[in-house]
Design a protein around this ligand. Sequence first.
Ligand code: TRP
Length: 451
Amino acid sequence: MSFDAPRSTWSSRWAFILVTIGSAVGLGNIWRFPYMTGAQGGSAFVLVYLLCVALVGLPLLMAEILIGRRGRGNPVSAMLKVAEENGASPWWGALGWVGVLGALLILAYYSVVAGWIVEYTYQAIAGVRILTPEAAKQGFADLQANPLRLIFWHTVFLALTVGVVARGVLSGIERANLLLMPALFVILLFLVLWGGMVGDMRTAWHFMFDFKPELLTGQVVLSAMGHAFFSLSLGMGAIMAYGSYLDKRASIAHNCFWIALMDTLVGLLVGLAIFSLTFAHGLEANSGPGLVFHTLPLVFTHMPGGRVVGSLFFLLVLFAAWTSAISLVEPFVAWATERLGVHRAAAAWGTGAAVWLLGVAVCLSFNDWSGFKLFGLNLFDQVDYLTSRILMPLSGLAIALFVGWIMSRKNAQDEIRLPAAQFQLWRQVLRYVTILAIVLIFVYRLANPDS
Ligand code: TRP
């Protein structure tokens, strides 16, 4: 057994917070969250979202890190070890597998979308001008219709990601995050300031934060909950793997609090920046997924300092996606190095090759293979559906069941080490509220198959 082999530990508590925020802050925060906020009830949606984070996201984030740190191994070994320690069946190891393999599935389509971002970053820096809404739409459609270009950018992005993981936990993952995340924050603050100066911050504020309770429906609550999962990178082994490198003395609860808070703040700030610029140009903000690819390039072409601002914005998205993708590779690579004894670089590039192949199929699902559909979905949507709609909540549910009901109170408190009342609060929320909330998601979906 390689459980007790010496493993890396993040060099500080800040390093851990930063890499985990790096995992959490990604494409989800930048195009999905702001758009959802605006379109689904403004501050009412933000409130629901915060509630989901507090009652489902944060307790699960803590539980996942707890398992990782207690098991001190890749998600599969960590699950096996904590299961054994608590007298539970080794079948719980399967939960580790769902995380490890699910993360690679997510990566296969995440890397394709991030590839579009690399292309747009390149265009922004090169000063490509997009003059009309039609041209913006056409440009995006042309990209999707071109398999070679999609595959090329997917390859570039995946190589960047795998290259970091190949270098190791400290000199690869930690170092990359320590460079990229501060850069991301600086760019973000600059964009918000710029949005305040040349944009229409007031309208952006109203769009995002006006209280519109009439827009809140079951559907909205559902998407807020789903987004809390996706945004905090829950249920897919990524957080568990990062937690396994956390120093025993660090407080899980405090760190998680900051991670969840920063993740939400980034989404809100990005939203204010994007929308204030968008509204200043009289454009609509509810184009959803098209926001980043249709609307913003147009805005950047027509605004003062647009080339610089546009380049910085796409770099911000790229950095966010990159640090998230890194966290999706690590769980499997940790497993391969620890259990198979494969050299880290070989494990990383081998994993990359497999994900690359699947990603190529995803690229083709937009064009050459677009006729091939299952349940009316192309491969891209299938993988998204399987991971975000099924695997993530299911594995979140299993984690809550394990830590809440199977793991002994003493073992849990040993890792969490909160004052008794706070510990009790966290544990009871996990045991009842979190579990009930996830079960309700599934019930709601069964009752509303179109949701
Ligand atoms: N949280 C990232 C985002 O918001 C996506 C992500 C990274 C992720 N790692 C994950 C999602 C692991 C689920 C599980 O874009």
